[in-house]
Design a protein around this ligand. Sequence first.
Ligand code: GLA
Length: 358
Amino acid sequence: MPTTPDDPGSAPRREVFGRLADGTEVHRWTLARGGTVLKVLSYGGIVQTLERPDRAGHPANVSLGFDTLAPYTTDSPYFGALIGRYGNRVARGRFTLDGTEHRLPVNDGPNTLHGGDDGWDRRVWHAEPSGAHGLTLRLTSPDGDQGFPGALAVEVDYLLGEAGELRIDYRATTDAPTVVNLTNHLYFNLGGEGGGGIGDHRLGLAAAHYTPVDGTLIPTGEIAPVADTPFDFRRAKPVGRDLRTAHPQLLRAQGYDHNFVLDKGVTAAPEHAATLYDPASGRLMTVATTEPALQFYSGNFLDGTLTGPSGRTYRQGDALCLETQHFPDSPNHPAFPSTVLRPGETYTSSTVYAFAVR
Ligand code: GLA
């Protein structure tokens, strides 16, 4: 089985990718190892390119994005971005912690999505190489940033392993009690970006339960079994197989946009969460994480208005996201695994995307 080309990789290299309106230079870092080429922007910590070979050895970028900076600052639906301080939704932009109510900007109907309208996906991170095949991004988020309490010091490592696997490690500390839920918003198309839909991709999710949502995509609080529903991915199946089922939850989100409760729960080391296989190219990806859940989003809101580096537009279902995370709206659901971080504690989260061909 031709999996990893004999590729020892090369040291991280930096180039200028563009400039923000205020003149700030944005860099693009390139890391290569084990058949993977990873390009990361200092803006948003965005994965701009993730290249992997197909079964014939031909490389393609398997993540959606743009080839210039400008659309990332105006139009991006979080392509490849680091999401903070709170990935996914907080209902009505408010939560109470230790008796104090905090208000967040609402940017998704009545709710706060992905940390607010000026989330970390729009910040310039400080980036520097760490080790031969890693990059560390750092950000200081002041007390009150997007309404969240506590000054946060954040570090994210992008690391390429010997077989070209991408590991993302997140760490954060705070000077006051707060909530944290970090993720990366990669959009995957294992056939290559711009190459069509992901309906034939086989997705497997190690989740016997998911969290049904209300009309604004906030969890109702129910932890529902996936058995006998379109949400059952315990045996891998084509994403498109049940996508058009008139299930009330699929109607609500215009497809899959749901939090799957991983059977393994929170773990100290990354454990298996998902597999994704594209029979046409032979590319196979597995996802392992320390997180207790994963948002599976089937690219429902891509509408043909954005153009990727391939020069082709992105339409509904042209990619999917597997956002490892704690549950949406946890600050308002005491029964969900806690997202509270207190002074003296360190928030940690790790996710590994590993690749092969079949
Ligand atoms: C997440 C959300 C989706 C959507 C995308 C970006 O996956 O759950 O509803 O907002 O981000 O468009």
